[in-house]
Design a protein around this ligand. Structure first.
Ligand code: SF4
Length: 238
């Protein structure tokens, strides 16, 4: 296959290949409703989904509704979420978010981006997680994996997550955006590692401008010639 020219053509092919590679990519944060997903996503900042999933069962049992969380004793709440890190700030965000749901949205999680980002602790990334995963609406969360892969695949030259999201939104159909984010995250975890990308086992190597040029490949062969990289790409395909 000829390498797609330009970010738009590459984005289309990335969407197609990742859909084949990860047809069932799912959000790893355990939740039963939009409120629980919102809480879990706020807790996931600077933490891991695995860590968040260890604290949320007790958290959701103690505070099953926005009203319960809005009335939480902060010391007790901090004790429950302590292991996710930044627990003072997260506790403040959770109580403020729950109070805002009660006061302004009738105790329900809103679906509109403009409303979601008014909630304490909620930026575009969290709002996009809730929109795409909980409500099935267009939303493309840009986390650290998405940011790294978009840079390596040269789908955007931006470094600010909101601008990356805007670039991707201009190339990816609304109905594909949430799944693309989940698949990029999975690909980042399983294959395109920050320090040791497995370009030799990557379904995107053929079209990736960074194939065999980043991570350990850059260290091992800083002066690799174009022809050598092509050979590695052919082997990876092979
Ligand atoms: S070819 Fe390498 S750098 Fe490109 S997406 Fe795959 S693993 Fe990442």
């Amino acid at each position: 296959m000829a390498r797609p020219r330009g970010a738009r053509a590459r984005a289309t092919e990335v969407v197609r290949r990742l859909a084949e590679e990860y047809p069932d990519a799912q959000c790893a944060l355990v939740h039963r409703n939009p409120f629980e997903l919102l809480v879990a996503t706020i807790l996931s900042a600077q933490s891991t989904d695995v860590m968040v999933n260890t604290v949320t069962p007790a958290l959701f049992e103690r505070y099953p509704t926005p009203a319960d969380l809005a009335a939480a004793d902060v010391d007790e709440l901090e004790g429950i979420i302590h292991s996710t890190g930044f627990f003072h700030a997260k506790a403040r965000s959770l109580v403020g978010m729950a109070a805002a749901l009660e006061e302004r949205f009738g105790g329900e999680v809103p679906t509109e981006m403009d409303d979601l980002v008014t909630l304490p602790g909620v930026g575009r990334k969290t709002a996009n997680v809730v929109r795409s995963v909980a409500f099935g609406l267009p939303g493309l969360p840009v986390d650290t994996h998405v940011k790294r892969l978009v840079g390596r695949l040269r789908l955007s030259s931006e470094t600010d997550p909101d601008r990356i999201e805007a670039d991707l939104n201009g190339m990816v159909p609304p109905e594909e955006r949430g799944d693309l984010s989940l698949r990029l995250i999975q690909h980042g975890r399983l294959v395109c590692d920050a320090r040791r990308p497995r370009c030799d086992a990557c379904a995107l190597a053929e079209l990736c401008p960074s194939a065999f040029r980043v991570g350990q490949w850059a260290v091992a062969a800083p002066a690799a010639k174009k022809g050598e990289r092509r050979g590695l790409q052919r082997q990876a395909r092979g």
